[in-house]
Design a protein around this ligand. Structure first.
Ligand code: HPA
Length: 243
């Protein structure tokens, strides 16, 4: 069963027919929200609101381990993560949906592994290709079917937040090869890998990253793009389920 993790602007999926909300306990603590069981486009799916429902948790306060474990426990066999990001490369303009194929982790102090419980032998998962290729292809095929611009591929730079970056930090990320920047991609992606859950991301660009335009980045600007763009994301999820 496919699971969706909704980020900022996607606390609920429009069109999702909810049958049950279940608080799933995990040994890692409480997930951000109940796991929602429902049907989207006639298919059974799971949904979890990353920042809580209502949105109260900042990116560094999210219990990523509990979230991924709760979805697995609830029967997820793959995870599609949705997030709002800043655009670094020219192609990642506001309103564009990016399906990244790489990630760089700049976060710190987050619980980023399930394998720190004294397991022997120690576990180091392969993470060369952080996103599941077949799942990514399904996402890209779905985006082809809905209106609006998307980019197949790119590198997601995961920053600590909750503040936005400085212009110099974005210059560094750009030199590192990042094309978009967000605060929640890690450790979520690696935890899914550790639990052997195929994972792909749909990142909606909601603002130019710091220093990319000569003005302040405002929440009002971000919210306006989110409002429009998340509708398109929901359309893509329906297209994915019906193909
Ligand atoms: N930086 C980091 N995270 C973000 C941004 C950004 O510019 N926009 C939305 N999430």
């Amino acid at each position: 069963m496919l699971a969706f993790i909704g980020g900022t602007g996607l606390t609920r999926i429009p069109g999702l027919n909810v049958s049950e909300r279940r608080q799933v306990g995990t040994r890692w603590g409480k997930a951000s929200s109940d796991v929602v069981f429902g049907e989207l486009a006639g298919q059974p799916v799971l949904f979890l609101a990353r920042h809580g429902d209502p949105h109260v948790l900042l990116p560094h306060q999210v219990n990523y381990r509990a979230n991924i474990a709760a979805l697995k426990e609830a029967g997820a066999t793959a995870v599609i993560a949705i997030n709002a990001v800043g655009g670094i490369s020219p192609a990642a303009d506001s309103g564009v949906i990016v399906v990244p194929d790489q990630i760089i982790d700049y976060t710190h102090g987050r619980d980023a592994t399930y394998f720190d419980q004294g397991q022997t032998p120690v576990v180091h998962v392969d993470f060369s290709w952080p996103f599941d290729a077949p799942l990514r292809e399904r996402v890209v095929a779905a985006l082809k079917k809905v209106d609006g611009p998307y980019v197949d591929g790119g590198c997601y730079g995961a920053t600590q937040g909750p503040r936005l970056e400085t212009a110099a930090e974005i210059r560094r990320l750009e030199q590192d090869g990042c094309t978009i920047v967000g605060m929640t991609g890690m450790p979520e992606a690696v935890l899914a890998r550790e639990l052997a859950l195929p994972y792909a991301m749909l990142s909606l660009v909601v603002n130019p990253a710091a220093g990319k335009v000569d003005r302040e980045i405002t929440m009002a600007e971000i919210e306006a793009v989110i409002h429009q763009g998340m509708g398109k994301v929901a359309d893509a999820l329906v297209a994915l389920l019906t193909s």
